[in-house]
Design a protein around this ligand. Structure first.
Ligand code: PFF
Length: 446
């Protein structure tokens, strides 16, 4: 019944795809503002520890299960089941993952649509089409609907082309462009007055904040969302990795790229905000905190670009291209989760699966656009704060409690024969068995 499976053709291709999934709006928008409002480098410190001690082991659980089973999330988890109880559990977790990731994509597409609309704004202004520019930058159901549809069409187009010709090809083009644009923007913003104040606000630590449990909860949530964990994305990408690859090494490269780009993004966003402050733009909200919500992207930064004259047009184009690329390489990984299930377990052709599932998610997105206030925040909270951590926990249970240790070791050995004696296998099983589940539960009930 199953169609032939795709595979990443190179380590670079996998790294770009997985880092592309991980690096998204969460890194460029969420991380910098979270850091600045939660004690600067103290938050960064907590984040780095949580990312490597909790999120990295959970990431590895997904990659190892995925590559072992070489199947979509539902089938992969079921292949580890040891009896009818665990089979049902596998089915429930796999489907909850598919539903959760589809809802994450439904809100992500709306926000990504804003990025595309803001990308066209400087172009419209350059062409003297001020009316169009105003429409592009004013919140409205029609604008939001059209741009989310455009964004979903791009996502569906890439996923229809498959693992090698779609995901790998596009991630390998887009991710290096993202890094180049990010570095160029940082270099430019650093030359502007006020940038160093921003860097200070970003990095000067306020360690007293580490005692605050809400800081740890945010850092952990950020780490899970950022590494795209718990919903099967990394499991499915893991299922396309060659058996010759050294999993612990490529998993740590993905985590490093994700964290590295988040830290770099902070060196752009915070300095840019303080440059804006220097030019008279308001960057604090009524409570005195930094503006971190949509206001940051749709008003603070555009106001800054507006003060830069002609250069501002190019800076705005570059910035919104960066945001769109970051979103797209994440959204394709989300759509791949339900599509892989449709293709492998239901025998649907890839193109058809991508179009059908993509259309359903687009309809959900449209429904959210037309009921924005009551629904948007709720969907974000249910998916990312409630479902995602619990699913992350379930993946750890599968990797460490349901699957046997020898099976895991066998899988890791495939690309790194010395795995049994390496540092990874000495620490990881203990972490995934006890530390990760406990930590996730503690943070969850906070
Ligand atoms: N990691 C992405 C970000 O930081 O924006 C978000 C994400 C991607 C979440 C894929 C979940 C997912 F399955």
């Amino acid at each position: 019944m199953s169609a032939p499976r795709g595979e990443f053709t190179s380590r670079f291709g996998f790294l770009m795809a997985a880092a592309g999934s991980a690096v998204g709006l969460g890194n460029i928008w969420g991380f910098p503002t979270n850091t600045a409002s939660n004690g600067g480098a103290a938050f960064l410190f907590a984040y780095l520890i949580l990312a490597f001690l909790l999120a990295y082991p959970a990431l590895m659980a997904e990659l190892i299960i995925g590559r072992h089973a070489r199947a979509n999330a539902v089938t992969a988890l079921q292949s580890l089941a040891t009896g009818p109880g665990t089979r049902w559990f596998a089915l429930a977790v796999g489907f909850t993952g598919i539903i959760t990731v589809s809802f994450i994509l439904s809100f992500y597409a709306i926000v990504s649509g804003w990025m595309i609309a803001f990308f066209f704004d400087p172009l419209a202004r350059m062409l003297g089409m001020d009316g169009l520019a105003a429409w592009l930058t004013t919140d409205g159901s029609l604008r939001n609907s059209l741009f989310l549809i455009l964004f979903m069409l791009l996502t569906i187009y890439i996923i229809s082309a498959g693992v090698k010709e779609g995901i790998e090809k596009w991630a390998s083009r887009l991710m290096p462009s993202l890094v180049v644009i990010l570095l160029l923007l940082i270099l430019y913003v650093f030359t502007l007055p006020g940038a160093m104040d921003g860097l200070r606000a970003y990095l000067v630590p306020d360690f007293s904040r580490l005692a605050d449990t809400s800081l740890l909860v945010s850092a952990m949530g950020q780490a899970f969302f950022s590494l795209s964990l718990g919903v099967g994305t990394m499991l499915v990408y893991g299922s396309y990795i060659s058996k010759r690859e050294n999993l612990p090494v490529i998993g740590s490269l993905v985590a490093l790229l994700d964290v590295g780009i988040a830290v770099l993004a902070g060196m752009l966003i915070l300095p840019a905000m303080y440059v804006a402050l220097n030019s008279g733009v308001e960057i604090f909200d009524a409570q005195g905190g930094l503006i971190a919500g949509p206001g940051l992207i749709v008003s603070v930064l555009p106001a800054l670009f507006g003060t830069m004259g002609v250069v501002g047009v190019f800076v705005a184009l570059a910035f919104f291209a960066l945001m769109t690329i970051a979103s797209l390489t994440s959204s394709i990984s989300m759509l791949e989760v339900p599509v892989a299930y449709g293709v492998e377990s239901l025998g649907v052709a890839r193109r058809k699966a991508a179009i059908v599932v993509g259309s359903i998610i687009t309809l959900i997105s449209l429904a959210i656009v037309f009921n924005f206030d009551p629904w948007f925040d709720r969907v974000v909270t249910y998916t990312t704060e409630m479902s995602q951590p619990l699913l992350g926990l379930a993946f750890c249970v599968f990797a460490a409690w349901i699957w046997n240790r020898n099976g895991v070791l066998e899988e890791i050995r495939q690309g790194s024969p010395e795995a049994a004696d390496g540092w990874f296998f000495r620490i990881w099983p203990f972490y995934v068995k006890f530390v990760c589940p406990l930590a996730i539960l503690v943070v969850y009930f906070q």
